[in-house]
Design a protein around this ligand. Structure first.
Ligand SMILES: Nc1nc2c(ncn2[C@@H]2O[C@H](COP(=O)(O)OP(=O)(O)OP(=O)(O)O)[C@@H](O)[C@H]2O)c(=O)[nH]1
Ligand SMILES: [Mg+2]
Length: 367
């Protein structure tokens, strides 16, 4: 099941799945969404919420969540949730979900939730959208990932929408088509002639159930050129750029009579970065060139996430994001035992005289 929360989340979920459940605090906004299935109007105590949405207030979104948390936590089990981080409804409700997920004991693989999250384009969108996003990324999202209780999280970006001036509906179609391409991997394995490896529905579900960011992309692959270069040149520009992967999956589609061993080069690339990917190679008679679909699972610390979100050099954007970080984010102080750390450093440098180093640090007032 697909669940869309708030304006962006509902529109995208309805495009992906005609039976999607759509949730909003604003009846007016909800009625504007085409397609989708069941609609749930979330209750808010403030009067104008029903007409105007949460008006970018995460608090109102969060209040709406509290009134329906039990039903929602049940509904999202083993399903997909879509929202944006800019407004108040999607952000507030999904913040509530993630905070509750973080507190749970281990969520079983089959019950993990996949999250598709749309980030604003900081350069051209309003301050509230940026602030809401920073709070979401550094707070509930980070906690939920740390708990290991979410499935994959895909971070969609509105950067291209604004830079290329693409209409909202068209852009949503692009996001959904791109995601569909990745989600088709198990079905393609089932329907086409298998040449090597194998990815069945269970392998795919297991991959989706891991608590990491997922960056997926696809491109025509030339086995004569280094894979790494081609991968980097073809990162999915509808998503936030990925970091070095911890796990990976790839599907190679080979034209009829094409070189089915080309995938070894891809395996070797992943081996060189200590990743053992899940993979499969199939024959696709409709293709002229070898095509690769790759998904990279990676992890980010809160501040790095904000930094990814802010990968635009303009000073005023930087100032905007920095300001919202300073205002709203309380960074935990690192609880490091300096004495233990000093000993570790001494040992790693091969300094036999640990005590001497500790003595010096004590004298300098560092311990
Ligand atoms: N790609 C895309 N982005 C959207 C769409 N609608 C809104 N956004 C973006 O999402 C953010 C605003 O969030 P919404 O989803 O409209 O807000 P909401 O969750 O309904 O919350 P409130 O309206 O504040 O109650 C901004 O960054 C918008 O650019 C959409 O249909 N597609
Ligand atoms: Mg809204």
């Amino acid at each position: 099941m697909t669940i869309g929360i708030g304006g962006a989340g509902s529109k995208i979920a309805a495009k992906l799945d005609k039976n999607a459940v759509l949730i909003n605090v604003s009846e007016v906004e909800m009625n504007k969404v085409q397609g989708g299935g069941r609609r749930i109007l979330a209750r808010v105590t403030s009067e104008h919420g029903q007409f105007k949405g949460s008006m970018k207030s995460r608090q109102i979104g969060n209040d709406a969540y509290l009134a329906m948390s039990r039903e929602l936590l049940e509904m999202i089990r083993g399903n997909s949730v879509f929202c944006s981080t800019g407004g108040g409804t999607g952000n507030g409700i999904v913040s509530g979900i993630m905070t509750d997920l973080s507190k749970m004991d281990n969520v079983p693989i089959a019950e993990k939730t996949f999250f598709g999250i749309v980030l604003p384009y900081a350069k051209l969108e309003t301050n509230e959208f940026v602030t809401n996003t920073t709070e979401f990324l550094t707070g509930p999202l980070t906690e939920a990932i740390d708990s290991g209780n979410t499935g994959n999280i895909v971070l969609f970006s509105n950067k291209r929408k604004f830079e290329e001036e693409i209409g909202e509906d068209e852009y949503n179609t692009m996001l959904v088509e791109s995601l569909r391409e990745f989600l088709k991997i198990p079905e393609k394995n089932e329907k086409n002639k298998l040449l090597d490896g194998h990815i069945d529905q269970e392998d795919f579900s297991l991959f989706l159930s891991k608590s990491y960011f997922n960056h997926f992309t696809f491109f025509d692959y030339d086995p004569k050129e280094p894979f790494e270069k081609q991968l980097e040149a073809n990162y999915n520009d509808l998503l936030l750029p990925p970091e070095s992967p911890i796990e990976a999956m790839f599907l190679v589609e080979v034209p009829k009579g094409g070189d089915a061993t080309a995938f070894y080069k891809i395996i070797n690339y992943f081996d060189s970065i200590q990743v053992s990917p899940v993979y499969s190679v199939i024959e696709n008679p409709e293709l002229q060139k070898i095509r690769v679909t790759v998904a990279l699972l990676y992890s980010r610390k809160p501040m790095e996430l904000v930094d990814d979100f802010n990968k635009i050099s303009e000073d005023h954007v930087h100032a905007k994001v920095q300001k919202s970080v300073e205002q709203y984010v309380k960074l935990n102080t690192l609880k490091v035992n300096l004495e233990d750390e000093a000993k570790k450093v001494a040992r790693s440098r091969g300094d036999v005289d640990e005590d001497n180093i500790l003595e010096t640090l004590r004298r300098l007032g560092k311990l």
